[in-house]
Design a protein around this ligand. Structure first.
Ligand code: SF4
Length: 700
């Protein structure tokens, strides 16, 4: 490609998949995207991965929803009701009829009891759309029962960062690794899940940077590592405490930094005395000498970064895992200087922005607490409306429990797919089926939309205007490349029309007006304007209208009362369930390079689906041989929640007593198996650890 004759026009925007936030150029002919090229954005410098480059034609898929739909009177709800004709149970409606119907069902429940209604917004929507969604629930229903998939992703990381550093976002961009000489990559698989970020990590090792890769799977990044620590699933705290105990014992810490910028060091030192590598090696599965060597390598670096993913966060001790990583960075003085920092690699393209915009039940925009009267009054003054609840709302999994308990009877779900993404998903599906009124806004008839009473057809990312914020805190402009199909409309427009029918005085005519309102109560957006974003990406915080933004923060102290970051000791907490004779393996779920989350987009993208068309799982070849199972056979995986059948591959990266199962495939939905036990702080489920039985099954 590259010959200007093969397209009519081009539009610069942002990739709709992962939190790296690569800028790209849509090449368009006859109002269709023909192909995509990389653009020199701050996060990607022209690079794209296979999803960004080839994952665009889902927007033209014949399954696109093009008209509002209302469920036929008495039609059954749920998956597999009529898989060959999934739309049979809906009838087409005008926008006016569908919006009136959607609003009336929610308003009727509000009239009974405002808290009967809850909302899930989306990390796939723009910042403006996320802001409007949380405003609609808070202003329209008077409570905070609003959440989104950050709860399933990095909620525990954010909880630990807010507690100990005072801010939930990264302290340095991932590109800052070019100034580091040591880095830890833990609980993530960037080559598959943040592929463009992974190219920077590989370049770092080519320049001689020392990389410590820690994961229960032998992830691809390990090939570039100085130290590979393939620890036992769920043993993060024992391994990290052991490494920190070495740094204390051998006095490898940065005393000057600790004295100037931290608190609670003496308690931390005392706590770590119990966690020597010799005591921890049997628990975490890494030999004491290896733990010592890795700790020395990290402590010896002049500047070090720590990257982590959902392998760290998705545990009932996810917050403890992140507390350890924060402590490790603090004791080595690795926050607030070039080449140093804490970086939870954010998953969705706009999960950072949606969280910043207040799409969470405990915080208004900019992580301002809903329990603070002054904060709520600052928002209701801008919104020109009365007060709303000072109680933290329910989180994703709690909302499903509340439906079963009869405490929530209606939902508005925009772009989320809990019928695939929630843990113990049969429980979540049963909850969705129990709702009196479910409004779903999406681009496809997702698994969740099969439970809807009314479906509002929305726009794909390439069809709309709005800003997004990537894992680096970089705010970037998304621009429409093509027009939405049929009667599909932009999400912000649908939200506004629904809000009006719920009696709210909303008069926005463009996302730029929403952005202007957001700025009134979001200091993080100081010096960032819509006009600026039309011309450039800006990293928050930006200190002046000319400042491109701060890639590194907290060089002069932390946003906590005493300006100091805190060491919070973490004790070992066992996973919620352990393998036994009935369920002898450990199940780990995750993503694959070609597919995105619940698969609704990438499984409808021609190239990606062709490369990876079939549900699959992976086990160690020795385990398969011992069980008389050949690669390509169908196996049955059973946990205490349910069973799925799936084709198995041999993969030496998977430990001999583990199974790895991607969660993108509805025909072998991983979350039928997963455990809904929650981390008590971040309320994130333990997706990364379930006890599972493996049996050979008949071919599918
Ligand atoms: Fe898109 Fe992420 Fe790939 Fe970049 S790395 S092209 S943002 S999926």
């Amino acid at each position: 490609h590259g010959d200007s004759k093969d397209y009519d026009r081009e539009v610069t925007s942002v990739c709709p998949f992962c939190g790296v936030g690569c800028q790209l150029s849509f090449k368009i002919k006859d109002d269709k995207i023909k192909y995509v090229t990389g653009v020199d954005g701050p996060a990607n410098e022209n690079r794209l991965c296979v999803k960004g480059r080839f994952g665009f034609d889902y927007i033209d898929h014949p399954h696109r929803l093009t008209k509002p739909l209302i469920r036929r009177e008495g039609a059954p709800k749920g998956l597999n009701v009529d898989p060959a004709n999934p739309l049979t149970h809906f009838r087409e409606a005008s926008w006016d009829e569908a919006l009136n119907f959607a609003a009336k069902g929610l308003a009727d429940l509000r009239a009974e009891k405002g808290s009967y209604v809850a909302g899930f917004g989306s990390a796939k929507c723009s910042n403006e759309e996320a802001y409007l969604f949380q405003k609609l629930i808070r202003q329209g229903f008077g409570h905070n029962n609003v959440d989104h998939c950050t709860r399933l992703c990095h909620a525990s990381s954010v909880s630990a960062l807010l507690e100990n550093v005072g801010s939930g976002a990264v302290t340095a961009t991932f590109n800052e690794i070019e100034n580091a000489d040591v880095a830890i990559v833990i609980g993530c698989n960037p080559i598959e899940n943040h592929p463009v970020a992974a190219t920077y990590f590989k370049q770092f090792t080519k320049r001689g940077g020392k990389l410590i890769v820690c994961d229960p799977r032998g992830v691809g990044m390990g090939k570039f590592a100085t130290h590979r620590l393939q620890f036992k699933p769920g043993a993060d705290v024992s391994m990290l405490n052991a490494m920190m105990s070495v740094i204390v014992e051998e006095e490898l810490y940065d005393q000057a930094y600790i004295d100037q910028f931290t608190e609670n060091w003496e308690e931390m030192k005392a706590h770590l005395a119990d966690y020597t590598p010799e005591k921890m090696e049997a628990i975490c599965g890494i030999q004491a000498e290896e733990l010592r060597a890795a700790a020395r390598t990290f402590a010896a670096g002049k500047a070090g970064m720590i990257f982590w993913g959902m392998g760290v966060s998705q545990h009932i001790h996810g917050t403890d895992n992140s507390r350890c990583l924060i402590s490790l960075a603090l004791m080595t003085g690795n926050v607030g200087k070039p080449g140093a920092g804490l970086h939870p690699l954010r998953g969705q393209n706009n999960v950072q922005g949606a969280s910043d915009a207040g799409l969470i039940p405990m915080f208004l925009p900019d992580y301002q607490s809903v329990t603070d009267d002054g904060v709520r009054s600052a928002f209701t003054s801008v919104w020109n409306s009365g007060d709303f609840s000072n109680q933290k709302g329910l989180t994703v999994v709690e909302i499903m429990h509340a439906i079963h308990d009869g405490d929530i009877r209606g939902m508005y779900i925009l772009g989320e797919n809990p019928a695939m993404s929630d843990p113990d998903v049969d429980h979540a599906r049963a909850a969705l089926a129990m709702l009196d009124h479910l409004v779903v806004q999406d681009i496809f008839l997702t698994e969740t939309a099969n439970y809807a009473d009314v479906i509002l057809p929305a726009s794909a990312w390439a069809e709309k205007t709005g800003t997004v914020t990537n894992t680096n805190r970089q705010v970037q402009m998304g621009r429409p490349a093509v027009t939405p199909p049929g009667e599909a409309r932009e999400d912000w427009w649908i939200e506004v029309e629904l809000a009006k029918r719920l009696g709210l005085d909303w008069n926005y005519s463009h996302p730029s007006e929403v952005f202007a309102e957001m700025k009134r109560n979001m200091k993080s957006l100081d010096n960032i304007t819509w006009a600026r974003l039309e011309g450039e990406a800006v990293t928050y915080p930006s200190l002046s209208p000319e400042d491109p933004g701060q890639a590194i923060v907290f060089g002069d102290g932390f946003p906590r009362a005493n300006k100091r970051a805190r060491f919070t000791p973490a004790k070992i907490v066992e996973p919620d369930e352990r393998p036994d004779a009935d369920y002898p393996f450990v199940l780990i779920t995750g993503r694959q390079l070609e597919h995105w989350h619940t698969g609704s987009m990438t499984r409808r993208a021609t190239v990606l689906d062709a490369v990876e068309p079939e549900a699959n799982c992976s086990m160690h070849p020795r385990t398969l041989r011992a069980m008389g199972i050949a690669p390509g056979d169908t196996i049955r995986l059973t946990t205490r929640r349910g069973s799925v059948q799936v084709m198995v591959r041999a993969d030496r990266a998977v430990a001999e007593d583990n199974v790895f199962l991607p969660f993108a495939y509805v025909e072998a939905a991983a979350n039928i198996l997963t455990n809904a036990a929650l981390d008590p702080f971040g309320k994130i489920p333990e997706f990364k650890y379930s006890a599972v039985r493996v049996e050979k099954a008949e071919a599918l």
